[in-house]
Design a protein around this ligand. Structure first.
Ligand code: GLN
Length: 511
């Protein structure tokens, strides 16, 4: 038995579990098909991976097959038995490097697995490799990676979004079934939107951050990408819950998939869905995004939910608060890369000061340096009271806005990003880049969960548009329910057309 890439790329998590259960194929067949797909799409087209781990995947597949051969059902082997997965390269996977897409960490190998990695591996997932990102996860296009540019599989001249652009592009092109990303200000949801896949940032505290290289510790959260809401729910179920190594992680029941089933079976009739009136006419939101968003609202109403218009009076200050709090936390977290304990070290420094200075200047790229300098300045004495302290006060006000909003509604809807994927090299000004996260950043500031659901292709660009579904803190079940019900009303491709196109091109056979 063997699986062709064309069959494999169409599989959901449940297709794989069911296929294994029915003995239609083995986990090794799935691993081999994933490897073949990556071979045909990765190097010349998408560029989603920093490193590949095919041997690890085949070994993990052998273990899953061993469990199944002994008579157990794959469902007993784990929620992700035989499912090809990729990890953003700021997550530690034993036996691979964790580069953070930075020269600073080019040769770093951790001695532990991140908890999100060990839990998904324990659930039977097949680790295919480490995916590309903006350096240290600072960015919205994956262009600041020190190693490569990742291309959007819907249009290879465009960016996949960021910072978890490699994970999003790998899932959209069918190379992976699911992938993990981290989201500090939108880095799962925005690339999911740009690449037309589902991306989910759970409520802060649902997934342990242990073993994930820290950016902004009060904002960072790990989450999955998949081609369906069910796939991201199953992946979240596999990795959520308390971890003694991350004191911010909470005891969470793995009931995400159950909420998806509830959404599919019972719908969302009678649910209250909030819309922020101001966002509908916000500057910078393109006409095609507004059109797709309005159509989604219509569908929500057709499903019997009630639209409630409301205000989040302080949310407009979220971007400003984020660009104070984020760089301050990043400055503090990145101080460990001092060329002595961790990180790149110039070989020929003659004094310790020179070693520090030159290693950091050469090891970090320009966006990382910009954030470190900003954080250093913002936390310096005298300046702290002017920026950092007020930013924390603003954060409290924004959080309260969301608490009040969720007294009136069950979920909130916004576009995920004001526009669809831009061209590689098109956005060079950092402020314009920062604005692509205006709808996602407030959610990290407040700590709530948010999911990006594909809602079709933009009428002008032809590129995917995403809808952001936000829930009350620790009630991500509302998000899953609405996402599943709404997803069922759309008949849109789950996979970028790239796979089919390449198989029709002479010499470019994707099979
Ligand atoms: N684009 C945002 C930033 O550059 C968010 C990044 C992220 O979520 N990791 O800070």
């Amino acid at each position: 038995m063997s699986l062709s890439p064309a069959e494999y790329t169409g599989f959901s998590v449940l297709d794989i579990l069911t296929g294994l259960d029915c003995r239609d194929f083995t986990a090794r067949d799935v691993a081999k098909a994933a490897i073949a797909t990556i071979e045909s799409l990765e190097a010349e087209h998408v560029g989603a991976f920093i490193s590949l781990t095919p041997e690890m995947a085949l070994k993990a597949a052998g273990n899953v097959d061993g469990t199944c051969v002994s008579g157990a059902s794959p469902f007993e082997a784990g929620l992700l038995a035989g499912v090809p997965i990729g990890y953003k390269d700021n997550m530690n996977l034993l036996g691979s490097r964790t580069t953070c897409a930075s020269r600073m960490m080019e040769n770093y190998e951790s001695m532990v697995n991140a908890t999100c990695v060990s839990k998904t591996l324990a659930a039977g997932a097949l680790p295919m490799g480490k995916t590309n990102l903006d350096e240290f996860a600072f960015g919205s296009s994956t262009e600041t990676s020190a190693f490569k540019t990742t291309h959007n599989p819907w249009d290879l001249t465009r960016v996949p979004g960021g910072s978890s652009g490699g994970s999003a592009a790998a899932v959209a092109s069918g190379m992976l079934t699911v992938a993990l990303g981290s989201d500090t200000g939108g880095s799962i949801r925005q690339p999911a939107s740009f690449c037309g896949v589902v991306g989910f940032k759970p409520t802060y505290g649902v997934v342990s951050r242990y073993g994930v290289v820290a950016f902004g510790s009060s904002l960072d959260q790990v989450g999955p990408f998949g081609r369906s809401v069910a796939d991201v729910a199953l992946t979240t179920d596999a990795m959520c819950g308390h971890d003694v190594r991350d004191s911010t992680s909470q005891n969470i029941d793995p009931t995400y998939y159950k909420s998806v089933l509830a959404g599919q079976r019972e719908g969302i009739k009678g649910m209250r869905v909030g819309v922020v009136s101001e966002y509908l006419n916000a500057p910078g939101v393109t006409a095609e995004v507004t059109a797709a968003f309005k159509e989604a609202l219509q569908r929500v109403e057709d499903l019997g939910a009630h639209i409630v218009e409301l205000e989040l009076p302080h949310a407009k200050a979220a971007l400003s608060a984020y660009y104070v709090i984020g760089p301050c936390e990043a400055f503090s977290n990145l101080s460990r890369f001092d060329s002595i304990r961790y990180g790149y070290c110039v070989p020929d420094a003659t004094t310790m000061t020179e070693q520090y200075e030159r290693s950091r200047a050469e090891g970090f790229g320009p966006e990382v340096i910009r954030r470190i300098l900003l954080g250093t300045y913002l936390l310096s004495s005298g300046v702290y009271d002017t920026y950092y302290y007020p930013a924390q006060q603003v954060r409290t006000l924004i959080t309260q806005d969301y608490h009040s909003a969720f007294e009136q509604v069950d979920v909130l809807l916004t576009p995920t990003s004001p526009r669809t994927a831009f061209a590689v090299g098109e956005v060079s000004d950092p402020t314009t880049m920062y604005l692509s996260d205006i709808f996602t950043i407030p959610i990290n500031i407040a700590g709530n969960g948010g999911l990006s659901l594909p809602i079709g292709l933009g009428l002008d660009s032809g590129m995917p548009v995403g809808l952001q579904i936000i829930g009350p803190q620790f009630k991500d079940s509302n998000i899953m329910r609405v996402a599943a019900a709404l997803e069922a009303t759309y008949d849109i491709p789950r996979l970028a057309p790239l796979v089919q196109e390449l198989s029709n091109t002479p010499g470019g056979d994707a099979r």
